[in-house]
Design a protein around this ligand. Structure first.
Ligand code: CP3
Length: 351
């Protein structure tokens, strides 16, 4: 019997990240585990708070696997949250029902002194237990993605004390006192490196850095708060894991997407839904694999409009290294049937 070439035996998601144009592009969805799934809501109802779910390895592994069982995505993403890092550093973090995250805000360099980076791994240790469990139970062709928030995005939650419309306090600090704010970013760079190395040790095969609020900064601050910290994280991880695939998701980066891709050294970029497909094809795919970027609202609406948008993305991007995803997370109101319809359409595609 002929021996299958190495490429044939690897998981499609990892082949695409390694630079292969896979005939039927691999896919996964940001927030593929979550409240749009009844089986998630059932598990969630059995835990006290959202963080209790994140720190229960058995249940977090279960909800990580739920969308894989239903839809067989090409990758599972660790079930956790980007705010477990501030929690692990010693900041108060709570998720209030219907309100989102609430943190005891940090507004000055002096307050950084209270953080305990040396206790981070112990405080969030359950997350690595989740990774190991998922890795053990995952179907062999499905890859496991670990993740963290990128320093800028995590800093916005730490400084604002939760979600925000305009990030006024964080931007003010970043502009008025770049050195002081830089110390917070540096702390987060170090914490993120530690945290992600541990996820890889536990079995994560690729990583994604979520920079959900990258799009609000002018060029100088974008370089300082988004590109440089991301590059430091990528370099530190590559020192230990030279071939580790890392996806950067600088949501809203617009015209800075190309600079971000070139200068951070990430293996692939995640595109939000505002990135034009022609720009992605001509300017970004020559640099490396891209991932994205269906408008999440079209998945929620379903039907022909969704089908046409899916085909448009595939026609433009599937001829080169590409991973199908949404431009942002699955919306809460999304009917699970629409995800099934999307899955069938993607599986039937051949470039
Ligand atoms: O993608 C996945 O399936 C993995 C799990 C995951 C969650 N959050 C679960 C979650 C991931 C990768 C995240 C990342 C995350 N968390 C981001 C970056 C991506 C993005 O959405 O921009 C951000 C900004 C957060 C912070 C966060 N977590 C907020 C603002 C909220 C409240 C808003 C909301 O949707 O409820 C959360 C809570 C959260 N994180 C939930 C889930 C499933 C809902 C909480 C619940 O089930 O009670």
């Amino acid at each position: 019997m002929p021996v299958a070439p190495k490429e044939m035996s690897r998981k499609p998601f990892l082949r695409a990240l390694a630079g292969e144009a896979v005939e039927t592009p691999p896919f996964w969805l940001m927030r593929q585990a979550g409240r749009y799934l009844p089986e998630y809501r059932a598990v969630r109802a059995s835990t006290k708070g959202f963080l209790d779910l994140c720190f229960n390895s058995e249940l977090a592994a279960e909800v990580t696997l739920q969308p894989i069982r239903r839809y067989r995505m090409d990758a599972a993403i660790l079930f956790s949250d980007i705010l477990v890092v501030p929690y692990g550093l010693g900041q108060e973090v709570a998720f209030k029902e219907g309100e989102g995250p609430v943190l005891s805000p940090i507004r000055s360099v002096a307050e950084l002194g209270a953080y305990e980076p040396n206790r981070l791994l112990e405080r969030v240790g359950a997350v690595f237990g989740t990774v190991a469990r998922v890795k053990r139970d995952l179907p062999s062709e499905v890859a496991l993605i670990g993740f963290a928030g990128a320093p800028w995005t995590v800093a916005t939650y730490m400084v604002e004390g939760g979600s925000s419309r305009d990030f006024a306090k964080t931007r003010k600090w970043a502009f008025e006192d770049p050195d002081g704010f830089g110390l917070l970013i540096d702390r987060l760079v170090d914490a993120t490196i530690l945290y992600l190395k541990e996820q890889v040790k536990a079995g994560a095969e690729a990583l994604q850095l979520f920079d959900s609020w990258a799009g609000v900064l002018p060029e100088e601050a974008f370089r300082r708060c988004v590109i440089q910290p991301t590059r430091k994280i990528v370099e530190a991880l590559r020192e230990v894991y030279p071939d580790l695939p890392i996806i950067g998701f600088p949501r809203g980066a617009g015209l800075m997407y190309e600079t971000y891709f070139r200068e951070t050294g990430v293996s692939a970029v995640g595109l939000d839904q505002t990135v034009p497909l022609g720009f992605a094809k001509e300017k970004l795919q020559p640099i490396g694999p891209v991932q994205g970027n269906l408008e999440p609202l079209l998945l929620r609406l379903g039907g022909d409009r969704m089908d046409r948008a899916i085909d448009d993305i595939l026609e433009n991007l599937a001829g080169a290294p590409f991973i199908f995803n949404l431009g942002h997370g699955v919306m809460l109101e999304t009917p699970p049937d629409h995800v099934a319809r999307l899955t069938e359409r993607l599986r039937a595609w051949k470039s």
